[in-house]
Write a protein that binds this ligand. Structure first.
Ligand SMILES: Cc1cc2nc3c(=O)[nH]c(=O)nc-3n(C[C@H](O)[C@H](O)[C@H](O)COP(=O)(O)OP(=O)(O)OC[C@H]3O[C@@H](n4cnc5c(N)ncnc54)[C@H](O)[C@@H]3O)c2cc1C
Ligand code: FES
Length: 283
């Protein structure tokens, strides 16, 4: 695994945020909001899907947030999808186009997309886990001919909590994407599958050895999804997941994100299952 402190793209110090302009906001659900952030002129984020940025507001705090837009659609800006959970994220939700935020990064290890070429891809995001995987999904869709099947199994607690519904509708219409949705609890308009994400697995068949599985979601989901992926016969080295840990610095200096001997902010948040399965604190 790599073990290096990364220099932020925009500043001479790894701790110094660059102030960037919010150019667009979109309410995604009652709790999640999408922010489009403009890069300073002449700069590219050059991120990999799965990487995160540290987002800060002066006098309030800083938090790691995954980059939700694809590198293939950069166009001088990037997107983050923020769930309102606490002190910082509540204030971020009050921001509007024209406001600025501090950004450090991109940090962490993203998905090794180059190793996914020619393979079938099985995405299994749960809830907010679609936000980071959306970055990878769009990169794959923008280079569609380089990959085999694209299957997406996406679950949320309730229909009102499904992220990016308009985009899900578009993926549903595509013949080269197999999208299966589920919710834990239906409402009166829901006609799809009801049950946790693992109830979708019996509906699919995969060519296990040629399949890369990519999952991201709440910690409680991983154990069950991993069991399903293994029972499909997908090799451990072909299973990729993004782990969330409490992070502060994002650059391997503070130890907040340590999991056994590993700094998640540097060596993750993306890992293959074979890399972490022996780590007691991982799952
Ligand atoms: C690599 C990485 C990527 C992330 N990507 C996203 C993203 O794309 N969108 C997004 O909305 N959030 C993301 N998060 C989580 C986000 O960083 C936290 O929700 C945020 O730090 C909360 O800050 P706050 O000040 O609003 O909440 P606080 O006031 O600090 O806490 C409010 C509540 O949230 C809980 N909480 C705080 N931090 C975390 C955390 N890291 N994980 C789980 N629960 C937490 C606390 O226990 C508390 O119950 C990511 C975290 C990591 C480590
Ligand atoms: S967040 Fe500081 S070491 Fe990882």
């Amino acid at each position: 695994m790599r073990y290096e402190i990364k220099q932020t793209l925009f500043s001479s110090s790894i701790y110094l945020p660059t102030m960037m302009l919010i150019v667009r906001t979109r309410n995604i659900t009652a709790l999640e909001k999408l922010f489009t952030i403009e890069l300073p002129p002449g700069f590219a984020l050059n991120h990999k899907p799965g990487q995160f940025v540290e987002v800060s507001l002066l006098g309030i705090g800083e938090a790691p947030i995954s980059i939700s837009s694809s590198p293939s659609r950069s166009n001088g800006s990037f997107e983050i999808c923020v769930r309102k959970v606490g002190r910082l994220t509540k204030v971020i939700h009050t921001l509007n186009p024209g406001d600025t935020v501090g950004i450090r990064g991109p940090f962490g290890r993203g998905f090794p997309v180059e190793h996914f070429r020619g393979k079938d891809l099985l995405f299994a995001p749960g809830g907010l886990g679609l936000a980071p995987l959306r970055s990878l999904i769009y990169q794959v869709l923008d280079q569609r001919a380089m990959f085999g099947r694209v299957l997406i199994l996406y679950g949320a607690k309730h229909p009102s909590e499904l992220l990016f519904k308009d985009e899900l509708d578009k993926w549903m219409e595509r013949e080269d994407v197999e999208l299966h949705l589920t919710v834990d609890r239906a409402d009166e308009n829901w006609t799809g599958n009801v049950g946790v994400i693992t109830t979708l697995f019996p509906q699919i068949q995969v060519h296990a050895r040629n399949t890369i599985a990519i999952t991201c979601g709440p910690p409680v989901m991983y154990r069950f999804v991993l069991m399903e992926l293994q029972s499909l016969g997908i090799p451990e080295g072909n299973i990729w997941l993004s782990l969330e840990r409490r992070m502060k610095c994002g650059v391997g200096q503070c130890g907040h994100c340590q999991m056994n001997h590993i700094y998640t902010c540097l060596e993750g948040p993306v890992f293959s299952f074979s890399e972490i399965k022996h780590l007691e604190e991982a799952l």
